[in-house]
Design a protein around this ligand. Structure first.
Ligand code: FNR
Length: 411
């Protein structure tokens, strides 16, 4: 309400409130390469559009005269308190948006009692991000998102680090065992990792650094020294300085990363091994099919995270929201189900909750807030979403989150 009143009294919001306005403002601020990387999707971006379209098609069905106060938004998940059923989805290389990257985003989330998920490709080491979040809120909830590389020693080491840092859980991303076909990046010839960006957790990992001198399998990648490549080398040296590594170590690190990062063979056996390897809650991210969800639950995972990676992986695949009801049905309430992909408004959050998600993840919009105004920008994006969610539920006659179910939707 405070936000709404300020707006009505003529105070302009810190970042544009309309989702389209937010994206346009960020585009004006960011480099063409950074914006393309964040805004883009796979293929001709039909799945990215489908994510929005699915929310547009679904209609809320407000009840009147219920005599209810606006509901509390608080939820408890995996034995932690969340101020609302909303979290920041894992997004890599946030330095493309702002030099304080994950530190700024994690602080904005922590101040509001909302969870932050640190990407495996973050620009700051995991420990620094958790520390930043806990410094503003000792109860801050931070998850670690894992990409399972081909090197089991590195995977084990990352898990240990997440446990020791005090993470609330591990989110294993299944939909990106290889990078999707991303035409906007291809057209600009841009991949942040080749500049050493998004490798912070690797460059600070003893197991990864120890492996740098081991011989690599597979075809050698020897690009010709084009101007673009020389520019990458300069960026690589800069990134190396941040981590106390020489240029030649950085070159080895990038080569090692490229060789070990893709793991198309990832299978249920790996999930079973991971389940054994950590005592932290384990969530599977990127699930669309009900039978995959059921199999994960049978293997003992603690959460199912429905997502199509914001339409960045398989173009032509269905919207995450379309996949949600069947997944919720297959999970039979045994573990919480989360959702992201296409969430832009408080009304979107209400719809996903009504279809059975226990909490909803926000992706690109918070990166735009970060690009425009750092921590404050991320905070403003979150405040707008929370305010609209609270208003939407109150105006729909909802007195408590427990009442949010299929009954809130037009059949
Ligand atoms: C992502 N996403 C992602 N997911 C993940 O598990 N690990 C990662 O490192 C990344 N990196 C990443 C970078 C960028 C620039 C984007 C836009 C997305 C996917 C992310 O967690 C989430 O699934 C989507 O962003 C949700 O869709 P919306 O909200 O962006 O539509």
């Amino acid at each position: 309400q405070a936000i709404y009143l300020k707006g009505l009294l003529g105070e302009r919001a810190r970042v544009p409130v309309r989702p389209e306005g937010l994206e346009e403002a960020a585009q004006r601020r960011m480099s063409p390469e950074a914006f393309a990387y964040v805004a883009g999707g796979a293929g001709v971006e039909w799945t990215m559009e489908a994510n929005r379209e699915a929310f547009r098609r679904l209609r809320l069905f407000p009840k009147m005269l219920r005599g209810a106060k606006p509901p509390s938004l608080r939820v408890d998940l995996w034995e932690r308190a969340w101020a609302a059923p909303l979290f920041l989805a894992p997004i890599g290389v946030l330095e493309l948006a702002h030099p304080l990257a994950e530190l700024a985003a994690a602080r904005a989330a922590a101040r509001r009692g909302l969870p932050f998920m640190v990407s495996n490709q973050a620009s700051y080491p995991l420990e620094r991000v958790v520390e930043a979040a806990k410094a503003v809120n000792p109860e801050a909830v931070v998850f670690f998102q894992l990409y399972h590389s081909t090197d089991p020693k590195v995977v084990k080491s990352f898990l240990r680090r997440a446990e020791e840092a005090g993470c609330a859980g591990v989110v294993l991303t299944l939909d990106t065992v290889q990078l999707g076909w991303r035409p906007r990046d291809l057209d600009l010839g841009h991949l942040p990792f080749l500049k050493g960006q998004g490798l912070a957790i690797y460059l600070t990992d003893p197991a990864f650094l120890e492996a740098l001198d081991e011989p690599l399998e597979g075809p050698a990648f020897r690009p010709r020294p084009t101007p673009a490549l020389l520019k990458n080398l300069l960026a690589l040296r800069r990134a190396g300085r941040r981590f106390g590594l020489s240029l030649s170590q950085m070159q080895k690190a990038v080569r090692r990363f490229v060789a070990t990062y893709s793991y198309p063979e990832l299978s249920w056996d790996d999930v079973a091994r991971l389940r054994e390897a950590t005592s932290l809650p384990l969530l599977l991210k990127g699930i669309l099919r009900p039978e995959d969800a059921a199999r994960g639950v049978a293997l003992g995972v603690d959460g199912i995270y429905v997502s199509n990676h914001g339409g960045r992986q398989v173009d032509g695949s269905l919207a995450a929201l379309e996949a949600l009801p069947q997944v919720v049905q297959a999970v039979e309430g045994k573990v919480p189900v989360l959702l992201d992909s296409g969430v832009r408004t408080g009304a979107d959050v209400a719809k996903a909750l009504a279809l059975g998600a226990k909490a909803v993840g926000l992706g690109r919009p918070y990166v735009y807030g970060l690009a425009l105004a750092g921590e404050e920008g991320v905070g403003a994006v979150l405040d707008h979403l929370l305010a609209e969610l609270e208003l939407t539920l109150a105006l729909s006659g909802v007195g408590s989150l427990k009442e949010v179910g299929p009954g809130l939707l037009k059949p």
